[in-house]
Design a protein around this ligand. Sequence first.
Ligand SMILES: Cc1ncc(COP(=O)(O)O)c(C=O)c1O
Ligand SMILES: [Zn+2]
Length: 552
Amino acid sequence: MAKPKYMKCAECGHEQEYQLLVPTICNQCKSAWVDAFYDYPLFKREVLRGLPGRVFNLWRYHEVLPINSPAGLELDFVAGGTPLRVPRRYQKKPDRNYQLFIKDERYGTTNSFKDRQAVVSVAAMLEAGIHEAVIASTGNAAVAFAAACARAGIKLWVFMTSLVPPEKLREVALYGAEVVKVSGTYDQAKQIAAEFAKRRDLILDRGARSLPARESMKTIAYEIVEQLGWKSPDWYIQAVSGGLGPLGVFRGFQELFEMGLIDRIPKIGIIQAAGCSPMVQAFKTGSRVAQPVYPMTRIAILSTGDPGQTYSYLWDILHKYGGTMESVEDAEAWATMRDLAKTEGLAVEPAAAVAFSGLEKMVSQGQIQENELVVVNCTGHTFPVEKHVLGDEWGVDIKIDSTKAPMQEGLHAALEYLDERTRTVLIIDDNPDDAQLIRRFLEAKKSYRVFHAKDGWDGLAQARQRLPGLVVLDLTMPEIDGFSVLEELKYDKRTANIPVIVISAKDITSEDRERLNGHITAIYQKGSLPPREFVEQVVEVMEQKNPNKGAS
Ligand SMILES: Cc1ncc(COP(=O)(O)O)c(C=O)c1O
Ligand SMILES: [Zn+2]
């Protein structure tokens, strides 16, 4: 039996007996911030015996979850038990000196860590005899609740903003939930949902203010610690919207620490999308209270503009146990999303990529110490891969002109166009204006697809991945320069035969020429680049079968 022994209010300190939901509030001050306390010595004995015979899902820790009878639940209402993976190829630079683990929360019924929240909340609803409920969600919680409610036979009303990708809205409807699309912000959708629930006297999911929801998140901490061999990581990093995730996960680490099962509580890294980062803004200005913002991010999943009290609790935790809050731009998240997919075969949604981009930022700022053990919550459901994530050049469209007679002619023209479109040029240049200019020259003449790499590292990664027909390479770039990129391209047998045209802003010395000789097709000076000659040369290279003819 996992009935909590007692409850204690985080606001006024009042202690009271555990009451079966819903919602759990403090009898004295009516606050929803009531924590549950369990029979920890009993649970610890089970842990020390190796939790015998228990399946690897969140009910493995049922002694510390606020559900009375987990028997049977482990069959119908399963969540958690997700892998902790070591990424082998995902690393921005070869000098990664910390240990990265990915808590891969994609392995669940609806592929996000919100499955835990839905499963424990719905189990609690079942225990409390609830048959109808209301939820407002930025997207993934709605999908997770809709699936769990379908299994439980609970009617669910879902309030989402019209900014949520339509595929997600349709997925919720597929599970039989009633979808209410609100043209407004998530915070407004929340208000309408609350009013709707009140009028109909229905239970409203309270997100971070719901005890089963917070308690469900603890199981992420329990699993990580168990998977690391009953050891705590140094950092736990997660993308945040409302903040339920890190708040709940922290409580798990805290309980484990207080039971003496780990020797420290990890620092928490909270990452928000820059366009909706009320927590980060308050944190950076040293305030315990967050000011609501109007969301300006395309990552709708992370668009809680008003985090309320959750932020203040997170502030307290970070100040007591260490940690940080950072924000990243949408475009940074999309770049990381592509990176993770290409290097690890790991498809995540932009919201989850935000956490990895945040880690990259923390690393570049020196916030992660050598050999620290970092766990990133990787969650989210990839569908749909929205167009803006991939940019314009991710695929080739061909149209056959059926007005052309004979038909063969239309087909021939289409194939010719396809031939051009499947030829790719990669420009490696840290100056976006120069890259744009070169792109324009080329696109004026041909339908080649032109890709841009913003520095040498990016260039090497894209060259290996795309195997372009030609590389246009800048010489002077920060970090690794064009000479080193060229060396590496020529060294790697997959890229060794890709012709390279160098475009340089710096004066070319005879020493430089010596280094480049034999490895490049041509060299041009940026200031005096003759567009026509350059484009003709590119076309010549691209149309040749075996174009590597040495330096000019
Ligand atoms: C992938 C992902 N990351 C982060 C979040 C934010 O969660 P929270 O509201 O717990 O901050 C969500 C919410 O659905 C999510 O799906
Ligand atoms: Zn109270």
